[in-house]
Design a protein around this ligand. Structure first.
Ligand code: HEC
Length: 104
C-alpha cells in the first residue's frame, strides 16, 4: 500500500504545475463487518477438519445426505480445494456428519 500511495503522489505531483501545492490524498481502507457466528459444531472432528473454511452454520444447513454422498463431499474437499483432511479420519468424519441435527 505504501508503494501505491507513493506512486500516486509522484504521479500527481508530476502532473501539477510547480507553483501549485500537491493535493493531499488520503487513502482510507475498507472495513467489513462479519456476521456474528452463533452456531457451534457438536463434534470436534468437524471443527478441526471443516471449520477452517466453513462456518458452523454452513455445515449445519446442508441438506440430508447419504453416507456415500458425504464421503464424496469430503473427497472433493481434499481433492478440489486441497483441504488437509487425513483419509484415516474419513469414517469418523462421515459418522459425525450423519449425526448432525440437520441430518436426522
Ligand atoms: C480448504 C478449505 C476447505 C475445507 C477444510 C473444507 N471445505 Fe468444504 N468447500 C470448500 C470450498 C472452497 C467450497 C466451494 C464453495 C463454493 O462453491 O462457494 C466448499 C464447498 C462445500 C460444500 C458445498 C457443496 C459443494 O460440494 O460445493 C459442502 C457441503 C462442504 N464444502 C462440506 C465440507 C465439509 C463437511 C468439510 C469438512 C469435512 C469441508 N467442507 C472442509 C473448501 C473447504
Amino acid at each position: 500500500m505504501k508503494a501505491l500511495s507513493l506512486a500516486a503522489f509522484v504521479l500527481l505531483a508530476a502532473c501539477h504545475p510547480a507553483a501549485e501545492a500537491p493535493k493531499q490524498i488520503t487513502l482510507t481502507s475498507q472495513s467489513i463487518t462479519l456476521p456474528v457466528e452463533t452456531a457451534t459444531l457438536p463434534a470436534e472432528i468437524l471443527s478441526v477438519n471443516c471449520a477452517a473454511c466453513h462456518s458452523p452454520e454452513m455445515i449445519l444447513s446442508q441438506p440430508k445426505l447419504k453416507p456415500e454422498q458425504w464421503q464424496a463431499e469430503v473427497t472433493k474437499m481434499r481433492g478440489a480445494y486441497k483441504a488437509s483432511i487425513d483419509e484415516k479420519d474419513d469414517a469418523k468424519i462421515i459418522a459425525a456428519l450423519l449425526a448432525l441435527p440437520n441430518q436426522k
